[in-house]
Design a protein around this ligand. Structure first.
Ligand SMILES: [Zn+2]
Ligand SMILES: [Zn+2]
Length: 282
C-alpha cells in the first residue's frame, strides 16, 4: 500500500484502475480541526462515497468538485457525521441536477434512514394529489445481497468493479451486548483486501472473524482516545495482536491527537489515517 498526498487540491473520481481510498476527513463526530470520517473509494471509472456527514458537501467542494458529481453512496449508520450531508444531496439531485444519485442500501436500513432521518426535510417539498415524496423519488437504489457463511449479518455487492461487503456492527447504544441488539450500523470490506470498521465499539469477534477469513492488507479502525461511550478506545484496540496492529490505521479520532501520537506508536499501530491522503493498493 502506498500513501500519497493530494498535491493540487483537486480530487478526481477516476484513476488508472488501482484501488484508491481517500479520506475526506478522519475526524470524530464533533471535530473542529478536521472533516468527519467519510471515505471515498475510487477504482478505474468507478467510485463510491462511504458516508456523507454534515461537513462533507463543503469538504468535497473545497477539493474542487461539486458534491453533485458524486454518484454512488453507501451509508454506515445514522449519526449526523455520517448522514448530515444527505438532505443536501437529495434536494440537489431532485431540484438542481434533476438526476438521482445511487445509494447502496438494504431494505431494513432504507426504512430507518428515511423514516427516522431524511423524511423530515424531504417528503413535504412537493405535494401531488395528496401524495408525499418517498426515498425512491430522491435515490436510485442498489440492493446488496445477503451472503451465507458469515457469523453475523453480511451483505455483498459490486459498484462497477469495486467489490463491497458490509456487516452489522456494535456501535450504539453503549449498553448493547452484541450486533443483534445494536441500532443498525455496518462496517465495510473493500475488494476483500481492506477493512474499514466505520463507527463501532471495540468488538474483538468482528476483527478476528473477518481477519481470519480475508487476511486484510490494511485495516482502518474507529478510535477514540478514552475508554467508554460508543467507540473503540485506543487502549481497547491495543488488545489486538501485534500483527493486526501493525497494519491498522486509526480513524474517527478526536482533535487532541498530538497528545496520543506517542502512545499510538508505542502500541505498535501503523498510525493514524490522515485526512486527504490517498491510500493506494497496487
Ligand atoms: Zn461517527
Ligand atoms: Zn456513530
Amino acid at each position: 500500500m502506498i500513501i500519497k498526498t493530494l498535491d493540487d487540491k483537486k480530487l478526481s473520481l477516476e484513476n488508472d484502475g488501482k484501488l484508491e481510498l481517500f479520506f475526506i476527513g478522519t475526524g470524530s463526530a464533533f471535530t473542529k480541526r478536521q472533516y468527519q470520517t467519510n471515505l471515498l473509494i475510487v477504482k478505474g471509472k468507478d467510485h463510491l462515497l462511504i458516508d456523507c456527514g454534515t461537513k462533507c458537501p463543503q469538504a468535497v467542494s473545497e477539493l474542487g468538485i461539486p458534491v453533485t458529481q458524486i454518484k454512488n453512496f453507501l451509508i454506515t449508520h445514522s449519526h449526523a457525521d455520517h448522514i448530515g450531508g444527505l438532505e443536501e444531496i437529495s434536494l440537489l439531485g431532485r431540484y438542481v441536477t434533476k438526476r438521482k444519485p445511487v445509494m447502496v442500501i438494504n431494505e431494513t436500513y432504507q426504512h430507518i434512514l428515511w423514516d427516522m432521518s431524511l423524511r423530515g426535510g424531504c417528503e413535504y417539498n412537493e405535494e401531488e394529489a395528496g401524495d408525499m415524496l418517498t426515498f425512491k423519488d430522491f435515490w436510485d437504489v442498489i440492493r446488496p445481497q445477503w451472503l451465507p457463511d458469515y457469523n453475523r449479518e453480511t451483505f455483498g455487492l459490486k459498484v462497477g468493479n469495486i467489490d463491497i461487503k458490509i456487516m452489522r456492527t456494535k456501535h450504539i447504544p453503549d449498553s448493547s451486548f452484541d450486533w443483534q441488539s445494536s441500532f443498525w450500523s455496518c462496517g465495510v470490506i473493500i475488494d476483500d483486501r481492506v477493512f474499514f470498521t466505520s463507527d463501532t465499539r471495540f468488538d474483538h469477534d468482528l476483527i478476528e472473524f473477518y481477519e481470519n477469513k480475508f487476511n486484510f492488507e490494511t485495516i482502518f479502525h474507529d478510535c477514540q482516545f478514552f475508554t467508554g461511550g460508543v467507540h473503540a478506545s485506543l487502549d481497547e484496540i491495543n488488545s489486538l495482536s501485534p500483527e493486526i496492529k501493525a497494519k491498522t490505521y486509526l480513524t474517527h479520532y478526536g482533535d487532541n491527537w498530538e497528545e496520543f501520537d506517542e502512545t499510538v506508536n508505542k502500541y505498535g499501530f501503523a498510525g493514524r489515517a490522515i485526512q486527504q491522503q490517498y491510500y493506494i493498493f497496487e
